[in-house]
Design a protein around this ligand. Structure first.
Ligand SMILES: Nc1nc2c(ncn2[C@@H]2O[C@H](COP(=O)(O)OP(=O)(O)OP(=O)(O)O)[C@@H](O)[C@H]2O)c(=O)[nH]1
Ligand SMILES: [Mg+2]
Length: 300
């Protein structure tokens, strides 16, 4: 009998949720970075294996201390993914347990959805004997169905236990999507995310929070993909940082993004990038909607 269900990947920011999604799907669907708050909305990725179709939902990291409209939206998307799914993969970074994790647990209490605790980044635990006390410590936090230690980054594949869990906890049901369906996200969205990732990786610690990308034009024929995009910063003082000396920062972001888009779509890419200021956009509900983040959808 076939199985079908939704699996959300939740946890604090920066614990490796998107890295895990990409590892499971064996392709890069979500951007990742060493900086917090990289994922800003729900990233859906379908996984088909034999008679199982699992729909993974990668989510923004739960975070506290930021009060802008964008932060509110991101936290709402994350908390929404704790409901109306069939299985939850709750990711933590080794034994790091804080108020964000507590917030998630509070939401999970009383829920009937099975929760698997995934302890990530175990490659960073020098002494493997330290893993056992970590598991014991986390076991006491919630009635997890199972606890699986992994390294989403270093393991060649997602561990077998994870696939067993998917098989064990997904309900019986027919696949809802065609076998070649991967995601519901648009080409414009992916391209803007690739540009954002290249920018995040090249900028200091503060700027990544305040950039957003809009694709102004996208033309495509058999051989060429032509893109014009604008990177928006939220204050005037950020513009020269993004431009860099003689425009070299923008050049570097553009070159890296173009190479990856070329690889993803297997055709020649022409990418034109602009920088503009959109003051305090992270707290501007209209602007956030314009970026495609649907504030109403995740309100409850
Ligand atoms: N050492 C190590 N680093 C990891 C592992 N998994 C992820 N990382 C790194 O941790 C950082 C954050 O990874 P992401 O996948 O972007 O984390 P995330 O949970 O999606 O973060 P947000 O989208 O901001 O919530 C990146 O630099 C990853 O390369 C791991 O197993 N080991
Ligand atoms: Mg992420």
């Amino acid at each position: 009998m076939s199985k079908f269900g939704f699996i959300s990947i939740v946890g604090k920011t920066n614990v490796g949720k998107s890295t895990l999604l990409n590892k499971i799907l064996e392709r890069k669907l979500a951007i990742t970075s060493r900086k917090p708050q990289t994922t800003r909305n729900r990233i859906l990725g379908a996984w088909n294996h034999e008679d199982i179709q699992a729909i993974f939902l990668d989510t923004p990291g739960v975070h506290t201390g930021h009060k802008k409209a964008l932060n509110k939206y991101m936290n709402q998307v994350a908390m929404h993914a704790l409901k109306n799914v069939d299985l939850i993969l709750f990711i933590v970074d080794r034994d790091r347990w804080g108020e964000e994790e507590e917030r998630i647990i509070k939401q999970l209490n009383g829920s009937k959805i099975p929760v698997i605790l995934v302890i990530n980044k175990i490659d960073r635990i020098k002494n493997k004997e330290d893993l056992l006390p970590t598991i014991e410590k986390l076991k006491a936090k919630f009635d997890f169905e199972e606890i699986i230690p992994i390294s989403a980054l270093k393991n060649k594949n997602a561990p077998k236990e994870l696939y067993e869990v998917i098989n064990n906890y997904l309900p019986h049901g027919q696949p809802h999507y065609e076998e070649d369906f991967v995601t519901d996200l648009s080409k414009e969205f992916f391209i803007s995310e690739i540009i954002r990732e290249k920018a995040i990786n090249r900028l200091g610690d503060e700027l990544p929070y305040s950039i957003s990308i809009i694709i102004d034009a996208l033309k495509e024929d058999k051989k060429l993909l032509s893109i014009s995009a604008t990177i928006y910063v939220d204050s005037k003082s950020h513009k020269p940082i993004l431009l860099g000396k003689k425009g070299d920062m923008m050049k570097s972001i553009g070159t890296a993004a173009r190479k990856e888009i070329q690889f993803e779509y297997d055709k020649k890419v022409f990418l034109e990038l602009w920088v503009k200021v959109k003051k305090k956009w992270t707290d501007d509900v209209n602007w956030i909607s314009q970026l495609g983040y649907d504030l109403k959808k995740y309100e409850n």
